[in-house]
Write a protein that binds this ligand. Structure first.
Ligand SMILES: CC(C)(COP(=O)(O)OP(=O)(O)OC[C@H]1O[C@@H](n2cnc3c(N)ncnc32)[C@H](O)[C@@H]1OP(=O)(O)O)[C@@H](O)C(=O)NCCC(=O)NCCS
Length: 165
């Protein structure tokens, strides 16, 4: 995980500073392990043959009453563009909908984060609108697109056209 969190390019759209020391990553991973399943949970994405950690997938901001949560994902840059996130996030979506019985999953994605937008759209997420200054990255504010997936990919109701850069 430290290779992910220490990579400035990969951390461009993450809302925590780039980790310069291994201890920063160790602290974060300990927090991830000590999860509150009704609110958040992280999984390591591991290579099937070597068991090497290649990244993470997570849900967070769980809202039990409304049966919704937000999701996050991170793949080590050295292993990106090989379908890792597609496979890992798909498995987590199954868990969230089937095991947790959630109804709606959200993803907040920077308009410039093309790989993340492509991933979300490939998995059936639909853009619902632009949230201005929604994420603080270092000393600056970033807009984010709200993407959502309704259980089983069903999006009841009319599709609202949105203007997104
Ligand atoms: C977003 C991220 C998890 C995607 O991981 P990945 O394992 O490379 O994704 P996949 O290989 O499963 O590809 C998913 C889609 O993204 C596209 N994609 C992947 N890397 C891309 C790139 N560098 N440029 C453009 N598109 C890209 C793929 O083409 C694929 O769509 P397709 O199959 O229809 O072609 C990865 O880029 C990442 O960890 N980024 C840094 C952390 C981050 O920004 N997380 C998301 C915060 S919202």
């Amino acid at each position: 995980m430290h290779e992910c969190f220490a990579d400035p390019e990969a951390m461009r759209f993450w809302n925590t500073p780039v980790h310069t020391k291994r201890i920063d990553t160790e602290r974060v991973v300990l927090r991830y392990i000590d999860c509150t399943p009704s609110y958040y949970r992280h999984w390591a994405v591991a290579d099937f043959e070597t068991d090497r950690c290649l990244g993470l997938v997570s849900y967070h901001d769980g809202h039990i009453r409304n049966k919704r949560a937000a999701i996050g994902y991170f793949i080590n840059p050295a292993y990106q563009s090989r379908g890792m996130a597609t496979e890992a996030v798909s498995a987590m979506l199954d868990f969230c909908f089937e095991d947790l019985g959630l109804h709606r999953l959200q993803a907040f994605i920077d308009p410039d984060n093309t790989p993340s937008r492509k991933l979300a759209e490939k998995l059936g997420f639909e853009p619902e609108g632009l949230l201005r200054d929604h994420l603080r990255v270092g000393d600056s504010w970033r807009d984010e697109i709200l993407y959502a997936l309704i259980r089983n990919g069903r999006s009841p109701g009319a599709k609202v056209p949105v203007l997104i850069p």
